[in-house]
Design a protein around this ligand. Structure first.
Ligand code: ADP
Ligand code: MG
Length: 176
């Protein structure tokens, strides 16, 4: 079973294509835990997911509202969380996450949940999530290395589906 896959993109549009494939293949209840520095391309990736999920409205960064909930196709919805503005202390983070109902979103079988800065709420993440780490490549300013890692069976199935559809990915690098 493939547990991780690395994809390189050279433009924001290519990162959207990767997100779009994930959105197209994701099942309800799937959590995607995104990490990567400011400007890495997390929101860009989620915008692609929205296309793949059939979200009709424009996806903007939820940095100031913590969470946006979009109606999607297949009776699903896309929940876009950005923990960047949550408190710095883990106690504050847990309180604030509870205030906006993170648990309910994570338990919602009809939700595909994409969390930016997921590492900040690590203790709240479900055991089964697809980790999406986006890092700039050292050599080229617009190149990003996207590493997908599955931490449980649902995410492994999603990753396997991505591998199956890898012909529609820009430059698949390596699966392991
Ligand atoms: P984050 O949400 O991680 O802070 P954003 O998606 O908001 O990042 O911004 C990423 C920025 O980097 C955008 O301005 C985008 O156009 C640019 N960019 C350049 N190359 C890429 C790439 N290969 N993938 C994603 N974004 C890229
Ligand atoms: Mg962002």
């Amino acid at each position: 079973m493939v547990k991780s896959l690395t994809i390189e993109t050279r433009t924001a549009a290519e990162t959207r294509v990767v997100g779009e494939l994930l959105g197209r293949l994701a099942q309800g209840g799937q959590v995607l835990a995104l990490s990567g520095d400011l400007g890495a391309g997390k929101t860009t990736f989620v915008q692609g997911m929205a296309v793949g999920l059939g979200v009709l409205s424009r996806v903007t960064s939820p940095t100031f509202v913590l969470v946006n909930d979009y109606a999607a196709g297949r009776n699903l919805h896309l929940v876009h969380v950005d923990t960047y503005r949550l408190g710095d202390r883990i106690g504050d983070i847990l309180d604030e996450a509870a205030t906006f109902g993170l648990d309910d979103f994570l338990d919602d079988a009809a939700a595909v949940v994409a969390i930016e800065w997921a590492e900040r709420i690590e203790p709240l993440l479900p055991a089964d999530s697809l980790r999406v780490e986006i890092d700039p490549a050292a050599d080229a300013p617009d190149t990003r290395v996207i590493r997908l890692t599955a931490t449980g069976p649902q995410s492994e199935r999603l990753l396997a589906a991505v591998v199956e559809h890898s012909a529609s990915l820009p430059r698949p690098e390596s699966a392991g």
